[in-house]
Write a protein that binds this ligand. Structure first.
Ligand code: DQA
Length: 138
């Protein structure tokens, strides 16, 4: 099974970014471990700080993978365009967050992504991604 992980803005600086919230590990380091844990899945990874690039990546992945794990980061709370793309493609998308946005500032409680995805996993640190991979494999 091919699973594509798409990360949005500022997730390229995990490790340095607010470590008390997001931990002190870089995503690349963590992703190597994730690939090792799920050897039976073909895991690939894309990150962008640019909304349009995330939209293009979702469109492109649609013909090429079986599942998408999306952490749209701050675009979660703003992007109707990303939500429209998820609605337009056929590949199932699981929304992931490292922190629990519902337990944070008010502006993080709104997700444009949640209503259009298969499910949402948040609040388990980087392990949210492990759980999302499992949700596809089970
Ligand atoms: C995040 C939560 C968002 O509110 C925030 O803007 C992020 C990261 C998370 O993974 O916890 O950049 O998506």
């Amino acid at each position: 099974m091919k699973i594509h992980v798409i990360n949005g803005p500022n997730l390229n600086i995990l490790g340095k970014r607010e470590p008390e919230i997001y931990g002190s590990r870089s995503f690349k380091d963590y992703f190597t471990e994730l690939q090792f844990e799920f050897k039976s899945a073909e895991l690939s990874y894309f990150q962008s700080n640019i909304e349009g690039e995330i939209i293009s990546e979702l469109q492109e992945a649609d013909d090429n993978v079986d599942g998408i794990i999306l952490n749209a980061a701050a675009f979660t709370h703003t992007s109707i365009a990303i939500a429209d793309t998820i609605k337009a493609i056929e590949t199932p998308v699981v929304e992931v967050h490292i922190s629990n946005p519902q337990a944070r500032e008010k502006f993080r409680k709104k997700s444009f992504i949640s209503p259009v995805v298969l499910g949402t996993i948040s609040g388990f640190g980087l392990r949210s991604y492990n759980l999302a991979v499992k949700s596809f494999l089970d």
